[in-house]
Design a protein around this ligand. Structure first.
Ligand code: FAD
Length: 451
């Protein structure tokens, strides 16, 4: 490996390898053989060929903020760290695009885009560490997805390396290009199992200049869903984000941030919304929120207070993780089923163990709920099966935005049919026949899928 990437970019020392051994939640663990840090697609290709020849598995590793263990090595795997895939091209103002290395963090890409008066359309709380390559590989969603779409909507092309070392390059950024199969689209959301993404052609957006943020306390999930429907009708595209968390989420956030609840009374559910417009949107907010909702509302007009309100929502991943290893689910259900689904989850979890603490938060605007279980030792397999059945019964998906990784592969069924899983296996066999990349991730074990 040293002959490919240089001595300094091969990590073989146990102490230095420790940073690769655990995932962000510390639920997943593995001892890699070594880690390599290539700086170009050509170097990635040579690393892949060497690993393939030695029959050693490779796991791609971006910012390691993934929440399903996908970037955590199994014992003996080689970690391919993308940190040196760090090039960042000029913003092309005519197409509103730029080309960025897979290892560039979201925050750095945002700074670069903002210097040109534009922005990356996807935003998430892990921005200082999550990489553009990891975000494409997981098709990350985040808070702005209801307005601008998930990462998929921002990708105009990729450069990627297959496990046999062939490099696929589609970075022209053409918005219309129907020549054959759309290979970049296939790699978005493939979680390091089909190819290494080495560069990305990103489409940027012009976000409105002014915004207002409000936190509203409500007494039921049904009220929250109704509020979202009203806000959509009244605000149209000026509604940039609608997030939510439950009362336990508010308590955890206050404890973690060492701050007080911004609302004077406690509520069952809290909705955080952001309105953005070319003119000051405070008047839009006043016209859109009325009745009891307007009486339990904190409004932030300046940047500092807006960040402060957002911090209650953005700290929640850290806050639940700090409570110890948690069972986490990242599901989406149709808006019309959200209230019923939350009630059904509550009943199901209480049936398993009365003492369980259930914390639900997420991206209400696109029906994406993060369901977290704390304080109990539950049989994970049993909870997996029960929750995936509830998700299916409510017409939802077992993975809204975090992906499948190692954590959810056994429950890809029933969200995906046997025919779909068989087609996925065929794609995997075609692009990575030696099964070098992302082994035992995403696709279910043969026995769990019944094939
Ligand atoms: C506080 C916090 C908030 C979060 N909020 C959100 C959110 O709002 N929305 C959301 O969608 N996610 C969220 N996440 C999850 C996470 O940030 C995203 O999944 C992100 O896209 C992962 O990027 P990463 O660079 O850290 O990838 P990693 O964790 O390093 O890897 C994730 C997966 O992608 C693969 N991979 C990484 N880089 C490449 C590459 N170059 N080529 C091919 N495969 C690759 C890995 O093998 C792994 O399977 C959050 C996480 C945290 C900790």
């Amino acid at each position: 490996m040293a002959s490919i990437v240089g001595d300094a970019n091969v990590v073989a020392n146990r102490d230095q390898l420790a940073v690769y051994e655990y995932d962000w939640t510390r639920r997943w663990h593995g001892r890699p053989l070594l880690a390599v840090r290539p700086s170009s697609a050509e170097e990635v290709a040579r690393v892949f060929c060497a690993c393939r020849e030695a029959s050693v598995g490779i796991v791609m590793h971006g910012g390691n903020t993934g929440l399903v263990g996908g970037a955590t090595p199994f014992d003996g795997e080689v970690v391919l760290d993308t940190v040196r895939l760090a090039g960042i091209g000029d913003v092309d103002r005519s197409s509103r695009q730029f080309t960025v290395g897979a290892g560039v963090t979201l925050e750095r890409a945002q700074e670069h885009a903002r210097a040109a008066g534009l922005d990356v359309a996807v935003d998430l709380a892990a921005r200082s560490r999550a990489t553009i390559g990891g975000m494409v590989a997981t098709d990350a969603g985040g808070a702005l997805a209801m307005r601008y779409g998930t990462m998929r909507s921002s990708v105009a092309g990729v450069e990627a390396v297959l496990s046999d070392g062939r490099v696929l390059t589609r970075l022209s950024g053409l918005l219309k290009d129907n020549a054959g199969y759309d290979l970049p689209a296939l790699l978005i959301g493939s979680e390091g199992t089909l190819a290494a993404i080495t560069r990305v052609r990103l489409m940027l957006v012009k976000r409105p200049a002014h915004r207002v943020v409000a936190l509203i306390g409500l007494e039921s999930f049904a009220d929250a869903v109704d509020l979202v429907a009203d806000l959509r009708d009244r605000l149209g595209v000026t509604l940039e984000a609608v997030e939510f968390f439950d009362r336990i989420g508010m308590e955890l956030a206050c404890a973690r941030l060492r701050k007080r609840d911004p609302l004077p009374a406690q509520h069952v559910v809290y909705v955080l919304l952001q309105i953005a417009d070319e003119e000051d949107p405070v008047g839009l907010l006043a016209g859109a929120v009325d009745g009891p909702a307007s009486e339990a509302m904190a409004v932030a007009e300046d940047r500092e207070r807006q960040r402060a309100l957002w911090s209650y929502r953005e700290t929640l991943n850290e806050a639940v993780t700090a409570r110890g290893v948690v069972l986490k689910y990242d599901v989406s259900v149709p808006q019309a089923s959200i209230a019923q689904f939350v009630a059904a989850v509550d009943v199901q979890i209480r049936a398993f163990d009365e003492r369980a603490t259930l914390v639900i938060y997420g991206h209400l605007g696109d029906g994406n709920l993060h369901v977290n279980l704390l304080d109990v030792e539950l049989d994970e397999r049993q909870v997996d099966d029960a929750l995936s059945k509830l998700v299916a019964d409510h017409g939802g998906s077992i993975s809204a935005e975090h992906g499948i990784g190692r954590a959810k592969r056994a429950i890809l069924h029933p969200t995906r049919s046997s025919a779909e899983i068989e087609a996925m296996r065929a794609i995997k066999r075609a692009l990575d026949p030696s099964e070098t990349l992302g082994r035992e991730r995403v696709l279910p074990p043969i026995e769990a899928s019944g094939r």
